[in-house]
Design a protein around this ligand. Sequence first.
Ligand SMILES: CC(C)(COP(=O)(O)OP(=O)(O)OC[C@H]1O[C@@H](n2cnc3c(N)ncnc32)[C@H](O)[C@@H]1OP(=O)(O)O)[C@@H](O)C(=O)NCCC(=O)NCCS
Length: 236
Amino acid sequence: MPHLLSLIREDISTVMERDPAAKSRLEVFLCYSGLHAVWFYRVNHWLWNQRLFLIGRWFSQVARWLTGIEIHPGAKIGRRLFIDHGMGVVVGETTIVGDDVTLYQGVTLGGTGKEHGKRHPTLEDGVVVGGGAKILGNIVVGKNCRIGAGSVVLRNVPENSTVVGVPGHIIFREGKRVIITDPKQINDPLSEALAAVANEVDKLRERLTELEGSEASASPLAASMQGIIEDLDYQI
Ligand SMILES: CC(C)(COP(=O)(O)OP(=O)(O)OC[C@H]1O[C@@H](n2cnc3c(N)ncnc32)[C@H](O)[C@@H]1OP(=O)(O)O)[C@@H](O)C(=O)NCCC(=O)NCCS
């Protein structure tokens, strides 16, 4: 119990530090449903570890009714997790969350529906996940990463990266802007269509060169794209 009280004090201090809207410790204690959900989780996780699975699950549902945040009692969550606003947040059973993580409303740390065993993500220390972002599957989001609002992340993310988009791709790594040029890595239908068009243009240029009997003045389009791609480090 004393440990729980010191965690509660620490959680309130965390909100005071991270949320400019927080005016007083009493306000944070009374009004931050993200904290209430985390405190429920601490008790539920203890119950889960005592093999009181049903009662742990039941209390996690009660917490969901009260806070709008669903944290499975089997998840492993570090210290100073701050769930801001919180409504609609879902944290799956095999999720691991490090210390000093921030989640905004509507975040899902979920499974893809295709895996068994460890099927939810691992978020390392200091990760910030923007509103509505979905991080799916047994992947690792490295230390201090920022996941943009509305992103869908399906692959491991190296530490100190910023990821946005659907599917998620890196826009900053180690503080440096990353230019996204490789359609295969972004792996969305529109980019694939652009890659197909670039290949087709190359073929037409070759054919034109044959018919006109002169050499193409520029390097093939797809090859020049490849040159740009090889110089960049953007994979996640
Ligand atoms: C991802 C994020 C952390 C990036 O912030 P940043 O480092 O300041 O980056 P910028 O705003 O300079 O954006 C860089 C580029 O990414 C794009 N981008 C930023 N956030 C994006 C997002 N969520 N989805 C898609 N693209 C995004 C910007 O349009 C910009 O593109 P451009 O350079 O081609 O114009 C931030 O935009 C974000 O989404 N934060 C989450 C905030 C949140 O959820 N708040 C909820 C409060 S209740």
